[in-house]
Write a protein that binds this ligand. Structure first.
Ligand code: HEM
Length: 507
């Protein structure tokens, strides 16, 4: 046994982060991570309270980083503590990218010249999604598509009960993909393609194993092929003509690197995954937190109405005749004037975030937190920065770290979080390029729903559901849906509200 342990376990260097013992030799931590995910990381942190620690796995190691200072130190070494190997594995296992594409994606993993396909694609995504004209156009398209869905494609409103998650999934999927691919030729408008996409998400882990996917996950395997074919047709039928800057810019980078349309179509499974899988549950949790709390709902309504209708609460007289005269609801104006709105969304993301920010050590790397602690991290090890643990850190977030506090991000409290302690969008080189777009979309839906609708559970009082596990999603989905009735607010029904996204600062 001692011989076996020595063979399967890698030696621990005293300059590495402290080693966490395990009751079951060799495989104890591996079982804990596979079974418990971020729950296991919390268990380790609660028991040992190290800013960074080492878990021994069979023929590998994993470092768990949980102090904001050590996270910042890891992000500073993002070239060697790298996200790139995960991008390559995702392309290989889920997108079934060709050998040539995998070769291109694997070039220059250390990102020394910054001209490789991976880095250029990310640069293009960041540029298209940073605050500015392109983001404004895409956010405006999202708002238009949400309103169109509510007004013309949601007959359940005012009528029957709706599964809230299912409903959010549909409206966000259509609004987001129409906004980026253009509503005329968006392949995700086809129900079979959309269902194919969600079957891939359901069986993500099985597809990732790459063991007989046709037998192990037949529906997902068929759904994936349907999606690839639909996106290939999109490019051959001039779909790009109506696409957003995001899709055009990605296409141009791929094109410059010689990637054919058939292959770009596969990458669009990755785009749709990034675009939808976290934003949808984030919208769902936001609506749950707000509509389940009558005080918070009233406060938000009051603040939003004050911006839209002026300082006094609107009255029949004030708004009479408004059916014909449109009242403009410019969402960026509300965000600017009423900071609680954005704070609520950031707080929902903080409490619901569950990403691992997984990295892989490409070389031995020294990290130094600038506060007197420094460690060697070994090549070929895994490293995680679990957001759920970091978001409960009382040094960063204060004594209420474990509670939902909607005003947390507007308070000038002594515990105002350091940016490295907010990990809902990850950080370093892998910081989510879609973060502004996602927050704009979540806020837009929140404003529209708070202003126009009431949402009430059909059978019982509001209860925030527990979550379903997923190996790749950062914001987890609910284990069970909540059946609700969405009804138009009587006092708003008569008004002609024109929702827009027009940021004054966009060039
Ligand atoms: C609430 C919604 C969202 C959340 C919570 C979220 C969260 C994340 C997280 C945690 C990461 C990994 C960062 C890390 O490991 O450090 C990530 C990466 C990424 N996200 Fe998002 N995301 C959201 C929406 C979006 C949207 C709307 C898009 C695109 C339009 C997007 C595109 C991406 C891409 C492309 C990456 C990979 C970055 C890279 O390879 O460098 N995300 N996101």
């Amino acid at each position: 046994m001692v011989y076996l342990t020595g063979f399967v376990t890698l030696a621990h260097d005293s300059r590495e982060p402290p080693l966490i013992p395990s009751r079951i030799p060799i495989i104890g931590h591996a079982i804990g991570v596979l079974r418990g995910g971020s729950g296991y990381y919390s268990h380790i942190v609660n028991k040992y309270d190290y800013p960074i620690s080492t878990l021994s796995l069979p023929r590998a190691k994993m470092y768990i980083v949980t102090s904001p200072a050590m996270i910042a130190a890891s992000d500073r070494q993002a070239k060697t503590i790298s996200f790139a190997p995960y991008v390559v594995e995702f392309a290989k296992r889920i997108l079934l990218a060709s050998k040539t594409s995998i070769g291109l994606l694997s070039e220059d993993l250390l990102d020394e010249d910054g001209l490789n396909l991976r880095t250029e694609t990310m640069k293009a995504m960041h540029a298209a999604l940073q605050p500015g004209r392109h983001l404004q156009e895409t956010s405006q398209a999202v708002v238009m598509n949400i309103i169109r869905y509510l007004d013309f494609e949601s007959p359940e409103i005012n009528q029957t009960s709706i599964g809230l998650f299912q409903w959010v999934q549909r409206v966000v999927s259509l609004a987001s993909t129409n906004a980026i691919y253009g509503p005329a030729r968006n392949p995700m408008q086809n129900d079979e393609v959309m269902e194919g996409f969600w079957s891939v998400d359901r069986d993500f882990a099985l597809l990732g194993l790459m063991v007989l996917p046709r037998l192990a996950a037949p529906e997902a395997n068929r759904g994936r092929k349907r999606l690839f074919d639909a996106f290939r047709d999109y490019y051959s039928n001039s779909g790009l003509e109506e696409a957003s800057e995001l899709i055009k810019a990605r296409y141009n980078v791929n094109n410059r690197h010689g990637i054919p349309d058939k292959e770009i179509a596969r990458f669009d499974l990755g785009v749709c995954t990034a675009l939808l899988v976290n934003t949808i549950p984030a919208v769902f949790w936001t609506l749950c937190h707000v509509f389940s709390d009558s005080k918070l709902l009233a406060e938000l309504r009051q603040g939003i109405e004050a911006v839209v209708f002026g300082q006094q609460k609107f009255s029949k007289e004030k708004t009479s005749g408004a059916t014909t005269t449109a009242i403009t609801v410019n969402i960026p104006d509300i965000i600017k004037t009423f900071p609680l709105l954005e704070s609520v969304v950031m707080e929902v993301l903080r409490v619901q975030s569950n990403n691992a920010s997984a990295r892989y050590l490409l070389t031995d790397t020294l990290i130094d937190d600038g506060l007197g602690a420094a460690y060697i991290l070994k090549k070929d090890s895994f490293l995680v920065m679990p957001s759920a643990v970091i978001h409960k850190n009382e040094i960063a977030w204060g004594p209420t770290a474990k509670k939902f506090d909607p005003a947390r991000f507007v308070k000038s409290s002594a515990y105002k979080a350091r940016s490295s302690a907010f990990r809902a969008f990850g950080g370093g080189n892998a910081l989510c390029p879609g973060r502004h777009f996602a927050v704009n979309e979540i806020i837009s839906i929140l404003v529209i729903m708070v202003l126009r609708y009431d949402i009430e559970p059909v059978t019982q009082a509001w209860k925030i559901p527990s979550t379903r596990k997923h190996i790749a999603t950062s914001i987890l989905t609910p284990l069970e849906d909540i059946h609700v009735r969405i009804s138009q607010r009587k006092e708003i029904k008569e008004l002609n509200l024109n929702f827009i996204w027009e940021s004054r600062s966009a060039p």
